[in-house]
Design a protein around this ligand. Sequence first.
Ligand code: FAD
Length: 371
Amino acid sequence: MNKRIIIAGGGFFGMYLAEQLSLLGHDVSLYEKEQNFMSRASYNNQARVHNGYHYPRSILTALRSRLSFPRFVEEFRDCVSSDFDKYYLISELLGKVSASQFRLFCERIGADCDYAPARIEKLVNPQLINACFTVKEFAFDSFKLRDIMLQRLDAAGVRYHCGYSVDKVESTGAGIIAHISKLESGLTESYYADHVFNCTYANLNYLLDQSEIELIPLKHEMTEMCLVDVPDELKSTGFTIMCGPFFSVMPFPSVGLHSFSHVRYTPHYEWHDKPLEKYHNSYSKFDEDIKVSAWQYMLKDAARYMPVLNECRYERSLWEVKTLLPRSETDDSRPILFRPNHGIKGFHCIMGGKIDNVYDAVEAIKNINLI
Ligand SMILES: Cc1cc2nc3c(=O)[nH]c(=O)nc-3n(C[C@H](O)[C@H](O)[C@H](O)COP(=O)(O)OP(=O)(O)OC[C@H]3O[C@@H](n4cnc5c(N)ncnc54)[C@H](O)[C@@H]3O)c2cc1C
């Protein structure tokens, strides 16, 4: 039987799930807090379409990425930028993986990996880099992705609203009452739903805290992703050094620049949500944070490995709260979080650690007999 469904959070996950559920004939309303869809983590990220290479310490995550990569690239062909060469460099001195281990890992997950051409090897410091590999990894344009998802929501008949915050859910016995406030006017209205999906990523525990439901353990990082103009010889290339306190620089198609992240300097600080402990709202923390760029530190370290990076021109930074499951700290895995009927029957919390995890999210909700 078709259900009335409310989805909190208009990032890529909320939009995608809204469309899928509506196509099944459910009556779906999607509420987004910001004035635009996909303006939080689904925009403020490195835009990497993962193809497994990034996860030599979590073979399961790597294999899941290998499955979702061709599917995402095919489904969102017009949003995916594949017109650049991607290189993974291995630094054994501080790294957690050797060149031969990385090759073997790529073989195991069936991912292309060849030695990079000599002109690429010439760009790196041979005292710090042991091997350079050409790999197949792409980037996505999140503006195009958002526009395509909006068209798909229209086609699927989803009702969607920006500037609305889902603040609280309550059980009515038969279903759920969701209290939703319009941010412009401050007015709150209450709506009935059979199911409410919480797709609010860094803000996931806000709705739980407000509804007096036990918090889900989450780790948050205040992150800085720099946007830079790279020298001409690097324009159609991207580089990632594996696997340790290194950096990634790769095309960021939405604005025609390169994103620049550093494992040591992109996260500025971290905090945890824990059940039965006082809740600290992630977005309030974000709003109050005094953002001082670590670009100079990122550059100074990265240029030791690739001196040509000294010619990058810093443009600006994207700041965002990055949210991870606590277990990702130890093995760097990116499983989805799925808590069906969390605290209230029909209230489901869902979060993915990377964009292509959305396919795992769709699989997961099959367990609640809606798909
Ligand atoms: C620095 C960084 C780098 C990353 N790099 C990559 C990468 O290269 N590749 C990759 O695949 N993934 C990457 N990720 C992860 C990826 O960004 C996330 O997995 C993905 O964007 C999560 O999508 P989402 O829709 O769950 O979250 P979001 O896009 O954050 O969407 C959640 C939405 O919920 C809204 N919201 C919050 N509270 C409420 C409320 N109460 N009511 C209504 N709406 C609400 C928010 O405004 C937001 O729009 C990165 C993340 C970060 C932060």
